[in-house]
Design a binder for this molecule. Structure first.
Ligand SMILES: [Zn+2]
Length: 223
């Protein structure tokens, strides 16, 4: 099968509050190559439920991740500091996007996401690529000691600035456990709290950015 192209990313603060339906419709209709595709969101609960995004389903489901293999749909999760996790295949037109903050990571959501996409579409871990997009970095992810029980000690940095959690390291280790190889995992070092241009829940923003992934239309994408 020919390799298929994907188009994904994270909207920025300047694009507005993507939690808002009208803003979402406008932004996605203005991005070249995406107009006409249907954006799909979830009612996110910091859980581990994953749905297959398909045409026709209009109901807003309670969950934190999408897997998909259809053209014409833009699966979306909304984030502001939580990890937007993208997973896609280098061999098959299958892909997913997941919302994983510390609560989700504590429930092994990155591992669950990477194993679920293999199970649902019968694809191998070796063909999968993953990317953790901009999120609260270990520079800013201050946590209380009560969080320690949920993660291995290597995930924490403790110095005079306090106790902080490294979500990138945890995401990487969960993806490795799910069978992905180290060179198939991309980790963004952009921190949504201290880098400009992002909404940050920690900074008091109630607005959200959209993490999205979809199939590029064209001859490389088998129907
Ligand atoms: Zn930071």
């Amino acid at each position: 099968m020919a390799e298929c192209g994907f188009f994904g990313g994270l909207t920025k603060r300047s694009m507005g509050n993507l939690k808002d339906l009208q803003v979402r419709k406008r932004v996605f209709s203005e991005i070249p190559g995406l107009s006409g595709k249907i954006p799909r969101v979830l009612s996110q609960v910091h859980g581990t439920k994953i749905f297959e995004a398909e045409k026709g389903g209009e109901k807003i489901l309670e969950g934190d991740g999408w897997v998909c293999r259809q053209e014409g749909i833009i699966p979306i999760v909304l984030v502001a500091d939580c990890v937007p996790l993208f997973i896609w295949s280098r061999k098959n037109p299958v892909f997913g996007v997941f919302h994983a903050g510390w609560r989700g990571m504590a429930k092994s959501f990155a591992y669950i996401a990477a194993t679920e996409i293999q199970r649902v579409f019968n694809v191998k871990a070796g063909e999968l690529l993953a990317s953790a997009g901009p999120h609260i970095g270990s520079c800013c992810c201050e946590v209380g000691p009560e969080i320690k029980e949920f993660f291995p000690s290597e995930d924490f940095i403790e110095d005079k600035k306090g106790l902080r959690l490294d979500l990138n390291l945890e995401a990487k280790n969960q993806l490795l456990r799910a069978g992905l190889s180290e060179n198939s995992i991309y980790l963004s070092s952009e921190c949504t709290v201290c880098s400009p241009g992002y909404f940050s829940n920690r900074q008091g923003d109630s607005e959200r950015m959209a993490a999205f992934i979809t199939l590029k239309e064209g001859p490389l994408c088998p129907k």
